[in-house]
Design a protein around this ligand. Sequence first.
Ligand code: FO1
Length: 329
Amino acid sequence: MTFSRVVALAGGVGGAKLATGLQAALPPGALTVVVNTGDDFEHWGLTICPDLDTVIYNLAGIHNPATGWGRAHETGHVLQAMSELGGEDWFRLGDRDLALHLRRTEWLRQGISLSEVTDRLRRGFGIPSTVLPMCDEPVRTLVHTDEGDLPFQHYFVRRRCEPLLIDLSYVGAEEARVPDVVHEAIRAAQVIVFCPSNPYLSLDPILSVPSMRRLLRDARAWKIAVTPIVGGEAIKGPAAKMMREMGQMISPLTVVDHFADLLDAFVLDNADGVLHDAVQLPTLITDTIMADLESKRRLAQEVLDFVAGLDGSGNLPATPPDARLPASS
Ligand code: FO1
């Protein structure tokens, strides 16, 4: 069974890795990645969209493998010069990366939508998949902490997620709308993959766009999430710390609960295989650690094969998810 219309919901590095695997496993053009823009911010007078860029660089195979974000073979002359001039230097923008921010900001100032700008950029990098922001309007994740409210990058990069998390809000979400291209991709999707991204920082902002939840819930696609939590730890980033601070169990089950009404199936890591019965959804148990291109492609292929087996044929579900009986796995 080969799927021709797959949507991935992604944040930064974890999402970009699985999206890269999906792109490798699917026919060219079959994948649409809908990306979190809650991390976006203005810096040095430029609009920076870190998760969109991380997805683009990974899909183009030009990302920095050491960090997962930014470009490979990067230099930092501008950052150093900026620092010498007393400019802000806590957010490490590389020289090559800077060209993308200049280009995007130039286009945005001409009144071109973020969706169109992103499409131009991904075409410029020769990426066969579609990459779309969750919305064209600015939505900014605001982190409420014991030290006060912090804009996302100030919490994440500048303060290294050290302040105690109290809550999150997605400022501007009420005025945002799902872009038509995102709407069409989700409506037409055969499979929707919730990538192993941070549920609160990466996937919740996407779900905060009005009508996005309903759109996903009503989509006639198999919806499957890959756990970002393995063996009681986040694969990358602060998800586990955030769960602890919000009084949640650090467990894949917290992720299942979090997206409960949206999911038809789940992917657990081998390390958490004992949780299989507790998930209460058809569950694939496999190695979810994506260290190289082959392991990204292998996990993506396993996810697609698992979904294809759910109704025996890989056909679109004939009945809404609520009416579907869990298949045994
Ligand atoms: N993350 C860091 O931890 N430190 C940085 O200096 C940093 C710079 C940076 C520059 C461009 C870019 O696209 C991403 C960058 N990131 C950096 C990653 C990014 O801010 C976060 O990983 C995401 O926003 C979370 O998904």
